[in-house]
Design a protein around this ligand. Structure first.
Ligand SMILES: *Cc1c(COP(=O)(O)O)cnc(C)c1O
Length: 421
């Protein structure tokens, strides 16, 4: 459920008509709903009630500080995957003790920065990283709290590019080697073992792969404890999928996910961390664009929008589906007809949908891409020297631009001409 609904024939974000924002801000733009973000965060809080837990929002899915502060104010922790994201979390007011640091390629600089500004734990992904982290921490007179990310070798049955828990994926250490690496960790002067981490992929639409992975983690917890390690915290990653179409998808609910977690880990006396991104942010955001032309081709019409693949890359990159709906509601009896919905960028990959049934639309009309909150704005670029599009946050009847559209001068003046030119 989200808070983007038609009222009096106009699509609203909470209590604000999107026509109003479009007139003030111009198109295209991203628009997020505070109520939806908060609601999704609370679904996870409720799902894990009864267990000691921390819900860490995966910043990489939607990293605007206003969103981070909205969630941080509810007590959310943050999962960061770079020094930049760490700084964003801090800028949004989230204290280090609620920040976990994931990622296969942390640099010494990133480790040092996080250690000096406060960190809940590093989710370490290799023995090599563990040794470097120990050196960095020890040289600062500190011990770095760590979990080791284990790769449980389960197939998350999701898109190739976002599956992370199979043995051929680059993430984590093979679960079979974990005991050896924990044994080494116990000897390292700059390391304090606090738990285990796992994350098997994104947009999972079935609980079975999660349960298979978590069961392996529960077994490993018992083994490591028997070996004498302190395993007091389990980070279970993110990955719960969302419905991208209104009709035929029914991914598991956070409540069922939470019940499964309680079933698998309930008797272990551990603190649970989860790192949802998409499920919190995905359906809390839309992208609003205008039609530039309806181009009539031979046997095929094209709806050419002012948004393009640089603004929302998921269709081009993952073949992802986004529902695209008119901002002015189509009259119920209107005939729909198939169109290709494309952007202005100079490559054929800049196609949002092929032969999508749409009501009649013409130049100047507004459309909204649903489910664009996660992996939308964060993956955008300035390809074709198209300015990054604004982000707008709505709360009730208020809205604010939380990232303005840069001017062309700002973009062009970032280039520097060398002396010889
Ligand atoms: C991407 C990622 C997440 C978030 O995944 P979602 O599918 O957005 O929930 C969480 N943890 C790690 C380590 C990730 O890489």
């Amino acid at each position: 459920m989200d808070h983007f609904l038609y009222r009096d024939g106009i699509l609203h974000a909470e209590d604000v008509p999107l026509t109003e924002i479009a007139a003030a801000v111009g198109t295209p733009f991203y628009c997020y709903s505070t109520a939806t973000l908060e609601r999704h965060f609370r679904l996870f809080q409720d799902a894990l009630a009864g267990m000691d837990h921390l819900v860490c929002f995966a910043i990489k899915s939607l990293s605007n500080q206003a969103v981070l502060r909205t969630l941080g104010n509810l007590g959310a922790g943050m999962d960061v995957v770079s020094g930049g994201e760490y700084r964003r979390a801090q800028a949004a007011g989230v204290p280090g003790e609620r920040i976990v640091f994931s990622g296969v390629g942390k640099t010494r600089e990133e480790m040092e920065y996080a250690l000096s500004h406060g960190i809940r734990q590093f989710n370490v992904e290799s023995a090599e990283e563990l040794r470097v982290l120990s050196q960095v921490a020890a040289s600062m007179g500190k011990r770095a709290p760590i979990t080791l990310r284990v790769n449980p070798d389960v197939d998350a049955k999701t898109h190739e590019k976002i599956a992370t828990g199979r043995k051929e994926d680059k993430f984590g250490v093979p679960i079979a080697s974990a005991r050896n690496i924990y044994a080494e960790a116990a000897t390292l002067p700059g390391i304090e073992v606090v738990g285990i981490d796992v994350h098997i992929g994104s947009q999972l639409t079935d609980l079975a792969p999660f349960e298979a992975a978590f069961t392996k983690v529960a077994d490993l917890t018992r083994e490591l404890r028997a070996d004498g390690h302190v395993i007091r915290r389990l980070d279970l990653g993110g990955g719960l999928g969302i419905p991208y179409t209104r009709s035929n998808e029914t991914p598991p609910l956070p409540l069922d996910y939470g019940a499964m977690i309680q079933r698998v880990f309930g008797d272990l006396d551990v603190e649970i961390e989860i790192e949802p991104g998409r499920l919190i942010a995905g359906n809390a955001g839309i992208l609003v664009a205008s039609v530039i032309y309806l181009k009539e081709g031979e046997g095929r019409d094209f709806l050419i929008l002012d948004a393009a693949m640089n603004d929302l890359i998921r269709p081009a990159m993952y073949g992802a589906h986004h529902d695209i709906i008119p901002v002015i509601e189509a009259v119920a009896a209107t005939d729909q007809r198939p169109v290709d919905i494309v952007g202005p960028v100079c490559e054929s990959g800049d196609t949002f949908a092929k032969q999508r049934a749409m009501p009649p639309l013409d130049a100047g009309d507004l459309v909204a891409f649903r489910s664009a909150g996660a992996y939308g704005a964060v993956m955008s670029s300035e390809y074709n020297t198209r300015p990054l599009i604004p982000e707008v946050l709505v709360k009730g009847d208020q809205y604010a631009v939380i990232r303005p559209r840069p001017s062309f001068d700002e973009i062009i003046n970032r280039d520097r001409l060398p002396e010889w030119l």
